[in-house]
Every structure is written in C-alpha cells, then in structure tokens.
Design a protein around this ligand. Sequence first.
Ligand code: GYE
Length: 355
Amino acid sequence: MDTHNVRKWFLCVYIPLLLLVLTGCSEASPPPSISTLQAQPPETTVTQAPAAAEAEPGEPHARKIVLGFSQLGSESDWRIANTRSIQEAAQVAGITLLFSNAEQSQEKQFEAIRSFVRQKVDVIAIAPVIQSGWEPILKEVKQAGIPVIIMDRSIDVKDTSLYVSFIGSDFYEEGVKAAKYLLDKMRETSGPIAIAELQGTVGSAPSVDRGKGFRETIKAREDLQIVYSAPADFTVEKGKAVMKTFLQDPGKRPQVLFAHNDDMALGAIEVIEEAGLSPGKDIIIISVDGTRKAFEKMVEGKINCVVECNPLLGPLLMQATKEIMEGRTLPKRIMSPESVYTQVMAAKEVENRKY
Ligand code: GYE
C-alpha cells in the first residue's frame, strides 16, 4: 500500500473498528455531555470543551459547524464579557461563528435571524433583548429546520418546542439572593427602611425576574419598603441619571439601593458621592453580575453585596451546538453555578475575576 492507501485504511477501517471495540468495552466513559459540563465551575468548563470532532484540519470531508448568534447589544461589562466568551469558545471549538449585534432592538434581532436562515446556518443562538414577541420568528426558523438555542435571557413562548434549550442564569433566584442579603443585613435595624430599585431593560427577563424574586422575599418584613423604582437600561449613564432623581428629595432619601446590574450601581455610586453621601454606608448597595469593577468597589466599601451572574457562557453554548449536531438530546434548561459575594470575600476574589 502506498502512503495514501495506508492513510485511507487507517481512517476508514482501523479507527471505526477501534471505536467499536472501545464503545463496546467501556460503556462507562461516553464523551462528555452538556449535562456533565454544566456541573463544572466556568473555568473548568473552558478547559474541558473539546475541539470539534468533525473538523479535523486537512480532512477532505471536514465541514465546520456554522453557528449564527444574535447578540442583543453591548450595554454592560457583563455583555462585553459574554460576547468575548462566545467568540473565544467558537474558535477553540472550531465552530464558524456568524455574529450580529442588535443594539437593543428586537427588530434588528429578527433581521439577523432571517439572514442566518437565508445563509442556511446549522444552529441559531439568540440572546433575546426582551421576553415577548418571539413566537412568529421562531416558527419561521422551525419551518426552515434550523435548531435554536436561547442563551442568557429567557423568552415567553407557549410552544417550548420552538427552541431546543435555554442556557442561562436563574434571575428570580438572583433577586431572592439579593433580598436575603438585605434581610440579614437589616436584622437588627428597625424600620421603616426605604429601598430604591434601579431596574434593567423594561420587559427583559433579568429585570422582570430579579424584581419579582427580590419583592417576594422582602415581604418577610413589612417595614422594608420600595419607595423608588425605575428602569435604567442596565447602563452606567442611565444608572447615574435615574439615581439622581431618587436623591432629589432630601426628606425621602433611600437607605438601600438594589441595582439590577453592576453598571447601574457604578453610575449610582458617582451621583451618591456627588450628593455628599457615602455609598455602602449612608446607602447600602446591592447589585448583580460580579464584574471586576464592582468587586473593586466592594473592596473600597462602596458596594455591600454582589450577586453573581455568570456571562462566560461560550463553552456551554459551543458544547450544546455540537451535541445538537450529533443528534443528542439536550436538557431544556442549562445553568451555570453562581455565588453571592460580600465585602468580606471581595479582596480575596477581586484578582480572580475574569470579567
Ligand atoms: O445582568 C446585565 C446585562 O442579561 C444577564 O444583561 C444579562 C444582563 C446582565 O446587561 O448586566
């Protein structure tokens, strides 16, 4: 046999035989699946994501999986880290990524998705800006026979067969965690205690669910009252502007701020200081995400508690994409492990923050 034939024999006969023997002998060790991966902390997940099996460089039949991803925007540090995680994980996995940024517009997400359908991508992933309005477009995608993964924010659809899986955090639980911290912090302080809430994007899953989880948990104490609540779009600038309005009446100053993300909390800190108040002391600040900047503020004593929401979803998304292409059945809900951090742990953790 010449080298070409030897190689052909090796690929066509030897490897399949070897696989047959191996799978026959050891049922205990199938390739890692999404359900085993999701149990790992995010750092481990990154290193565990295997390279694309079907994309052997140089193979005549190798075809890279094409994933179309509609990202909702670039409003926060969380989002920037999320985009980077997906781009890097696609490269590691050998998946071709078609990336589109909708800049907070659901209409633009629809356009991107339709363009992915026209380009006949293998899988479509969507980080949906708001919860409602997804049924018609997802029906179009279903008709085209392209599987959909919802990532980061959940959607409100009656027919859940319109997507394969949802990869993201439990935002309701994040609201509960924020409220539990507050209940504990205030256990020896008698009320009434005035709370201000900076909400995220109106109609978005994290804003709706964090608000709900928080409200339902603080009900445990009647003297905890939300006296201000308004949306600030998850951005630093809006956080500043809206917090300013919360501080206008000196007779009705909030003692607590619950910000639905770190960026808005950082904006709020600026105006609290401009008003001559001490963030973290005069106003207890609780926020969500766990960005490095928020950790730095915790170390300075200006944020009291951060509920972690992990944006590093790229490896899970790539793994899910591959498993769909291999015909495997995915769990409907894939979550990443998350923590709650207070000032006591902040100094230790700040250097480890990856976003
Ligand atoms: O908390 C916020 C971002 O959807 C979980 O969106 C995400 C949220 C995140 O803008 O910072």
